[in-house]
Design a protein around this ligand. Structure first.
Ligand code: NAD
Length: 404
């Protein structure tokens, strides 16, 4: 993973004319913290879990990035994710560096009280290096507002002071922001609006892969805007109707029956078929590496909006670019989540509480500005990924130059 990042830095850095010493500086994390968490289980036994917090870069501000609870977590993975947070935060021009955390654990095997003890143990292990001006965690895979609340409570107990801005993605009652739950989808939606305007498409047809937080909220926003959502899917498969699906009904079916495939009287399609539908806007919002060298030639969408992280392989990306497909890269398309986290941090520091309308307004401005800047840097709608990477790297490089 780090090899890929170094290759990436050399390639983008060379094109953007960035000095070798900056590439060298960004080829490794600033700080890596490791701990073994000791957790008492409900049955009285004791288990141990490897835990990490990586502050990849603090050149542009305090480190910022989520904490992941997943069995596959490793130091290398957390480090790579912390690097990508550095890039994402710079693309949307947030005053943050990049960080990430993780615990190698299968949270599904833990009871609620065990999960609470694990979350508190994480904070005890890293409390010295976290904080509102130092490193600000947030939810990621299998962590949620309840876990953020336990972490905040532990942190404030240790520090003997109130510091809500130490963590984002909290429940609103503890200083969380309105709109955080749909922020990723909303940010992607605002960018999609701009791309559609640029391409002169008014009522796009839309296919969404993945019907979780990001995908289902995006589908709802699209339907509300009068766009035609013709296909959606989840891990069990998808449904398709060229006349448009009823998204509210899909949300109900997903909630009641566990999968969108129970949406009635519509054509069933596989996740692979969904990717090759003839639509204006394709939104991968599930997992990584779904658009590959094998199927990129069959993608018929005019726009791919990467709500998921890393849904397109580098080989597939080249094929899409050659075929003139406009790909909105993940570092821009799904940056709405971290942007509203930033708004949460701003609110906590100023003691304000913004209305949902204000959050929506500020997010719209931030995402549209980021899109405009990426587009200008790219110079060509087919090169948005290159543009976003170059812009981010230039921003981090500028901060490093002033500091050196
Ligand atoms: P989620 O767990 O809420 O939803 C994931 C959805 O994908 C589920 O509907 C699941 O059934 C489906 N899925 C899983 N495997 C699949 C497969 N093989 N094929 C098709 N569908 C499959 O997750 P989420 O929070 O919506 O995140 C989705 C993606 O968006 C991830 O890549 C995540 O990293 C990215 N993302 C999310 C946020 C956020 O704030 N939620 C922010 C940034 C990036």
């Amino acid at each position: 993973m780090m090899e890929r990042i170094r290759g990436f830095l050399r390639e983008v850095g060379a094109k953007a004319g960035i000095e070798d010493w900056i590439i060298e500086a960004l080829s490794r994390p600033e700080k890596v913290y490791k701990a073994t968490l000791r957790v008492k289980m409900d049955d009285g036994s004791v288990r141990f879990f490897p835990a990490y917090r990586v502050q990849y870069s603090t050149a542009r501000g305090p480190a910022k990035g989520g904490i992941r609870f997943h069995p596959a977590v490793t130091e290398e993975e957390v480090t790579a994710l912390a690097f990508w947070m550095t890039i994402k935060n710079a693309v949307v021009d947030l005053p943050f560096g990049g960080g990430k955390g993780g615990v190698a654990v299968n949270p599904k095997e833990l009871s609620r009280t065990e999960l609470e003890r694990l979350s508190r143990a994480y904070v005890r292990a890293f409390a010295d290096v976290l904080g509102v001006d130092r490193d600000i965690p947030a939810p990621d895979v299998y962590t949620n507002p309840q876990i953020m609340a336990w972490m905040l409570d532990e942190f404030e107990t240790i520090k003997r002071r109130s510091e809500p801005g130490f963590i984002t993605g909290k429940p609103v009652a503890l200083g969380g922001s309105e709109g955080r739950n749909i922020a990723t989808a909303l940010g992607g939606f605002f960018v999609a609006e701009e791309v559609l305007k640029d391409l002169g498409i008014e009522r796009p047809t839309v296919a969404v892969q993945g019907f979780g937080n990001a995908g289902s909220n995006f589908a709802r926003l699209a339907a509300e805007a009068g766009w035609k959502v013709v296909a959606v899917s989840d891990s069990r498969g998808g449904v398709y109707d060229p006349d448009g699906l009823d998204v509210e009904e899909l949300l109900r079916v997903k909630k009641e029956k566990g999968s969108v495939i129970h949406y009635e009287r519509r054509k069933k399609i596989s996740n692979e078929e969904l990717l090759t539908l003839d639509v204006d806007l394709l939104v991968p919002a599930a997992i990584e590496n779904v658009i590959t060298e094998e199927n990129a030639g069959d993608v018929r969408a005019r726009i791919v909006l990467e709500l998921a992280n890393g849904p397109t392989t580098p080989e597939a990306d080249k094929v899409l670019q050659e075929r003139g497909v406009v790909v909105v890269p993940d570092v821009l398309a799904n940056a709405g989540g971290v942007t509203v986290s930033y708004f949460e941090w701003v609110q906590n520091r100023s003691g304000e509480r913004w209305s949902f309308e204000r959050v929506k307004d500020e997010l719209s401005k931030k995402m549209k500005k980021a899109y405009a800047e990426v587009k200008e840097r790219a110079g060509d709608l087919r090169k948005l990924r290159e543009g976003a990477y170059a812009l981010a790297l230039e921003r981090v490089a500028e901060a490093l130059r002033w500091r050196s």
